[in-house]
Design a protein. Sequence first.
Length: 228
Amino acid sequence: MGELDLSFFSWDVIGKFVVTGFWFSVQLTLVATVGGLVLGTVLALMRLSGRPILALVATVYVNGMRSIPLVMVILWFFLLVPGWVYSALPGGDNHRAEYSAIITFIAFEAAYFSEIMRAGIASISQGQVQAGQALGMRYGQNMQLVVLPQAFRNMLPVLLTQTIILFQDTSLVYAIGAYDLLKGFTTAGKIYGRPEEAYLLAAVVYFLLCYGMSYLARRLQQRIAIIR
């Protein structure tokens, strides 16, 4: 290992190689968060519905996904999904890695968001649920108007923490060749012949981004605690 070359830390490197990967990591995080929340909420409601079949399907899905390494799920979707599925999407098979990453993260993170939402729903007083029923609300209306808004507020700091973990996990898409933030640094390090500097800079960027988001999550948790 040679001496560190600080000239590597330049906008020329970041602008050419890192920005594109950064935007993909951000987009993947946002899409996976929204999609995972929607699917995770559905799974949570299935588990709490009181219907054995729905609860069983949701339980098997959640426990199954949480028991499998994420990188293995990424490889499954990339290698096993038929090519015609990706060919039907914009960009076709040329964006197979990106589409695989998006589908994988939505499906995988839904299992974790489901458990967070289930805990949030369970934290709402049964008295409020019964009050909604007394007003004539159906199950869906009660969840939509009474339970879910409060559950989202209660679980928001935890959801943000899971989103931070999701952003860190996006680096695993290197396994299928998707051009994410880490891939940008790796490419720059190979081209300039400075892999040590590339990985050091990548670690600093990941730390600053994740620490900043963690700080915001803590501040939000404090504000919610005051409101309560």
